[in-house]
Design a protein around this ligand. Structure first.
Ligand code: PMP
Length: 403
């Protein structure tokens, strides 16, 4: 078979995205994906096509992206260790920075030990694959992050899905599945599209009753929920504990990388059993140092967490008063509902005219008629930024006839 015939078999796959991209390119209202923003390093603003806009869809919840202290720590790490490592952690890739970061993560998470990976995606695939395999069963929430879904597929374990945040449904699933092998329930602490929180106390009870371990992904919870930003256990006043905690260093913590924290025995096991940890290069020195410095700042500056929680609540209140829905949001992630996909694209475009960036999330990432702008409140915003953004979204919603 010649090369072009081999390529031709890819054509149906190419055709699908060619059509989607053509829509994005030719309908100005849809030109929202893959836009290169020139963010101002230490501010909540970004430039797009020469216009200075308030960024309301960034993940940097703690407002530490571009923080002078974090940048200096990363620069010092590059000066000391260079730009990369000399391999995987198990061979030449470990530095004292990795060990310091792992100790800090473990302390912050309230666990014996922690392990850091190259990304949050690698953590989920690696931890799930390290814990379960054929003969075991994983129970996942319908809205769990894609990296959890992929980790389950790679692991070879049986996968059972339950309805979003529906503990009674999970219980029925647990009861109707043979009680053999490792049983692992995995949820996001905070769901990245709706900003709602997993019902931890009820989940723990059901897991205990059915011999299941409970793992949570704290990606959108770290620095965001709990009185001091320690995540879902703190949010529920430490009434219950989870078995395995994972998270990223790429959202509230403005770096790259991911972490898992738990008992020493679990971490030791993952060091040897987790393939993305064992077979992928160690986190870079700049990323490790930025993660470490940010975690320390978070603990020294509790105002950041308080600000995020207070201002998210106030922002939602302003939108609700104008008749805009934010579905079940109770965290810094605030979905501003537009309705159809087209309505969300228009809403984003008109919002930009009013000076704010709110990026649309459409089907299939969210259910039909619940397309939205995915807004994140951060400690980089000021109180007047939040007022300005709410006002801009309300004006745009009126112009788009969303309200
Ligand atoms: N878990 C959740 C809940 C996420 O939202 C994300 C990132 N979108 C990840 C894991 C993956 O993290 P990273 O981007 O650091 O690979």
């Amino acid at each position: 078979m010649n090369a072009s015939a081999a390529w031709a078999r890819l054509e149906p796959k190419f055709a699908y995205f060619r059509k989607r991209v053509a829509e994005l390119e030719y309908e100005p209202a849809r030109k929202n994906s893959f836009v290169a923003y020139t963010a101002e390093r230490d501010s909540a603003y970004a430039d797009q096509d020469g216009q200075r806009l308030l960024m309301m869809s960034g993940y940097s919840y703690l407002g530490l992206a571009g923080d002078e202290r974090v940048v200096s720590a990363a620069k010092a790490a590059v000066d000391r260790y260079g730009t990369g490592n000399h391999g995987v952690r198990a061979l030449a890739g470990s530095t004292p920075l990795h060990e310091e970061l792992e100790a800090e993560v473990a302390k912050f998470a309230g666990r014996e030990q922690a392990l850091v990976f190259g990304s949050g995606y690698a953590v989920n695939t690696g931890v799930i694959g390290g814990l379960v395999g054929p003969g075991d069963t994983v129970f996942i929430d319908k809205y769990d992050h894609a990296s959890i879904v992929d980790g389950c597929k790679l692991s070879g374990a049986s996968v059972v899905r339950f309805r979003h945040n529906d503990v009674a449904h999970l219980e029925r699933r647990l009861a109707s599945t043979p009680d053999t092998g490792v049983r692992l329930v995995i949820v996001d602490s905070v769901y990245s599209m709706d900003g709602d929180i997993a019902p931890l106390v009820e989940l723990r009870k059901v897991c205990d009753a059915h011999n299941a371990l409970l793992m949570v992904d704290e990606a959108h919870a770290l620095g965001v929920i709990g009185a001091t930003g320690r995540g879902i256990e703190e949010h529920f006043d430490h009434e219950v504990k989870v078995d395995v905690k994972v998270g990223t260093l790429s959202k509230g913590i403005p770096s790259m990388g991911g972490w898992v924290a738990g008992p020493a025995e679990l971490i030791q096991h993952l060091k040897y059993a987790s393939r993305p940890f064992l077979f992928s290069a160690a986190l870079g020195p700049a990323q490790a140092a930025a993660g470490l410095e940010s975690l320390r700042i978070l603990q020294r500056e509790p105002w950041r967490v308080e600000f995020i929680q207070r201002e998210s609540e106030r922002f939602r209140g302003l939108l609700h008063a104008a008749g805009i829905s934010t579905v079940d949001s109770e965290t810094a992630v605030v979905p501003v509902i537009a309705g159809s996909d087209d309505a969300a694209y228009d809403f984003a475009t008109i919002s930009r005219k009013h000076g704010v960036i709110g990026l649309p999330v459409v089907t299939p990432a969210v259910p039909n008629d619940l397309a939205r702008l995915r807004i994140a409140i951060t400690a980089r915003h000021t109180v007047s930024d939040i007022d300005f953004a709410a006002d801009a979204f309300i004006k745009a919603a009126r112009e788009c006839r969303i309200i």
